[in-house]
Design a protein around this ligand. Structure first.
Ligand SMILES: [Zn+2]
Length: 166
């Protein structure tokens, strides 16, 4: 059985006991989380979130990319989110390469030089990156001062979320 087949079989079981059909779109806790796609992060469990509590926006590295900003602006302006957590994590794969070398490798392997993605946003230090992402969100001209944005690092070895000082 492939991983997709397995997921669909699990969903059939999930749907049999599903009782969340009455939820509305605005997140109950007025919270959005921007975090990494890393498979070791189970965001709902590590933050005690229930279905319907929060928006969770994930990409490689918890980076405030154009698309992540798009989602966060919609979270706040359309769906009532008032607080944003940016959560990087220890042992992030984004610290293991740099953009230029990765791009050069891919170009060499494929012979193609596409225009997108313009950047992979790899970084050498997770705390520095989290600070940068928080700053990128806070300084966006459509993000009001009333929207709280805070940075954190999740430790994949002990399960703790620690604040990153601004
Ligand atoms: Zn990561």
């Amino acid at each position: 059985m492939s991983a997709i087949d397995d997921a669909l079989a699990n969903n059939a079981t999930y749907a049999q006991r599903f009782d969340q059909g009455g939820l509305t779109a605005p997140p109950r806790k007025q919270l959005a989380v921007l975090t990494c796609m890393d498979a070791r992060l189970t965001v709902s469990e590590m933050l005690g979130l229930e279905t319907g509590d929060a928006h969770v926006i994930r990409n490689a590295g918890a980076v405030a990319t154009e698309d992540a900003l798009r989602s966060l602006l919609i979270s706040h302006h359309k769906l009532g989110v008032r607080e944003i957590m940016v959560i990087g994590h220890t042992d992030c794969g984004m610290t293991t390469f740099d953009d230029g070398a990765f791009r050069a490798d891919l170009e060499k392997q494929t012979g193609c030089v596409p225009v997108a993605p313009a950047a992979f946003h790899a970084f050498p230090d997770v705390e520095t990156s989290v600070r940068r992402q928080v700053k990128a969100i806070v300084q966006h001209p459509w993000v009001p001062d009333a929207l709280r944005v805070a940075g954190f690092v999740y430790d994949v070895h002990d399960g703790r979320v620690r604040a990153v000082d601004g």
